[in-house]
Ligand binder design. Sequence first.
Ligand code: P6P
Length: 281
Amino acid sequence: MDMILDAIKKASIEIKNLIETGDTGKSQNQNSTGDTQLKLDIASDEIIESYFKKLSNVKAIVSEEQESVIDINQNGEYLIAYDPLDGSSLVDVNLSVGSIYGIYKDDFKGSNIVASIYVVFGPRVELVYCDGVSVKMFRLQNGEFNYIQDIKLYEIGKLQAPGSTQQCWYPYHKTMIDDFFKAGYRLRYSGGMVPDLHQILLKGGGLFSYPSTTDLPKGKLRQLFEVFPFALVYKCAGGGAIDGKHDLLSIKTLHIHDTSPCFFGSNDEIKKVIEVYKNNG
Ligand code: P6P
């Protein structure tokens, strides 16, 4: 795992430089889910893939920016699914973005995830590593990633990050979101999954939701390289991660670009979601 972590650190330093100086324009290409790819998406993906291709312990990789699985080394121990630059369109308005990595063994599915890493490119570059037990944060300082702290969630939080288009929410979901705000939760939503989830973790708790909606019944966020990596982080930080009814790491993956409705949060908030969704959705 150290070789993978080291490769991600080196790739992240190159991606940081790319964000600061690269072309943020659109490419002529679309990714597998039909999103127009930004030049930053493609360039970040190329950087990461170039590092992973050198690792003897990596069997195959899956990227949000590429249609199919890429075989690396048939004797490799690990499978990696990654989103090279999630929320890349936010770079144009100078908001934080991030990379997300899920490390799997034997098969690309939630129950086989063994570690996750995400990197936040914001005022500071921070890397969070979850080995399935603890959640550790590192900060880029003078070219090195230095350990800063372990991350733990309180049983209840204060922040709410309600994703997707509100007009497409089901009534029971809208009522639940409104009830959290009536209880005094503060709205914290930038449209970037990585900084939005990182903020809730560092502030001790709350709820991030990207539900099933009338326009996206299976949600928007991808299982292998967005949902499952953060599900592992939130569970290891002492919180929960569900699709409304089930533990996210127990759901089935039929295709490498499958999505899932998702809720990440402190235990008290997750219990409230389960209460609302047990008779709905
Ligand atoms: P919406 C960014 O495009 C992204 O994939 C995630 O980073 C983010 O949480 C979500 O989409 C935002 O989607 O529909 O709320 O704008």
